[in-house]
Design a protein around this ligand. Sequence first.
Ligand code: PMP
Length: 446
Amino acid sequence: MDYPRPERFEASAAAFKSACEVIPSGVNSTARSVSAGWEPYPLFVAEGRGAHLTDIDGNTYIDYLLGLGPMLFGHRPAAITKAVVDYIEQRGTMFALPTLEEISLAQRIVDAVPSVEQVHLTNTGTEGVLYALRLARAFTGRSLIVRFEGMYHGFSDGIYWSKHPPLDLAGPDLYPLPVAQGPGLPPGVDAGLLILPWNDQAALESAFTRHGDEIAAVITEPIMCNTGCIIPEPGYLEVMRRLSAEAGSLLIFDEVITGFRVALGGAQSLYDVRPDLSVFAKGLGGGFPVAAVGGRRDVLQLVDDGVVSMAGTYSGNGIAVAAASKAIELLANEAAFGELRALSDRLRTGLQLRFDAAGMASQVVGVGPLFQVWFTTTPIRSYRDAIRHADQETFRIWWEEMLVRGVLFHPGALENVFLSFAHQEEDVERTLQAAEGAIVAMRARR
Ligand code: PMP
């Protein structure tokens, strides 16, 4: 596979060759790798500004990749950059002692998310999830974790299973087997995991009937964002909430993608379901690395008592705290969220109209500034639906044709399209025009 018009990407192709000499796979995250869809090489970035990005060949794009979510204010948001630079210049970066700003940031998060009574900062979503799971095991005295096929909760050994397993290894639809993300995960960890299909109330009920008193926690994204974008069936999260509470298990919402993005209070505020613990990351930091695990005071009390250690040299560092504080201050402006939702809806419905007019089997599915296109009309409720029904080859052609028209998002059909507060109506208009051209080109190529 190559890019259409590869002469436009020669500098990236050459950079990738050099990168592969000194960086394994040429990139510093699997999500940027050839295997993740950046085939035959990822684009190398020169700079980002607002909703736009320029690669090292000088191509410019309207950016819907947005760093895979964190750039909720676009690139180089002036207010957040200033808050960070001021903090570094006037205060420092890290002290291995607490600062007053950590208190006010924690208070902002507690105020923003009703289920969060206390909150502990981490650096990445992976760490936040790891701590949430450890807390759940410590609190319940149980070890079994329920997770759903097709979700991603970071790359720690205990949970990096069954993200996108090959179906021939993954067992029956109703009783999926844990499938390691790859070699190197410690043997035996899978015994502590119960893998379920998402959006399947009966499967959840059966799991609680069989194992209710062993389940420490159910962990889920409230909107499934690591298999494209899949919306919870009405009532599903509520059932999850009820069953976990009845069994004395904790419900953990992994809001690393949805948190501070679909609403100030995250997806849990949209669906009005209160988890026991939540993990936040991308939307929280305005493009700086910061994450958080928060929730019930009686669970986090275990940290207070010194029972569960939550360590981290960089956790709560000045850069992260300055960035997140400013980001939440900006996000507290509800009117801005309304505008972002309206603009995102225009793009989503505009795309669907154009696909429909061209007679292309498709669904544009999402919530506010977070969506994906499925090339099928079969409803997608779970990972296996996506693998069986969504046409990933058509998605690749869609991606290529949008890329050469100056619109950037991830080439993987199981990733997301993100919008930011920096996107303007004009960007959406240009994107819809690009889509019209892309659709014509796609029909010619099929
Ligand atoms: N949980 C979810 C839902 C995610 O999407 C991700 C990252 N894409 C993570 C956890 C891990 O976060 P990080 O990359 O910050 O470790």
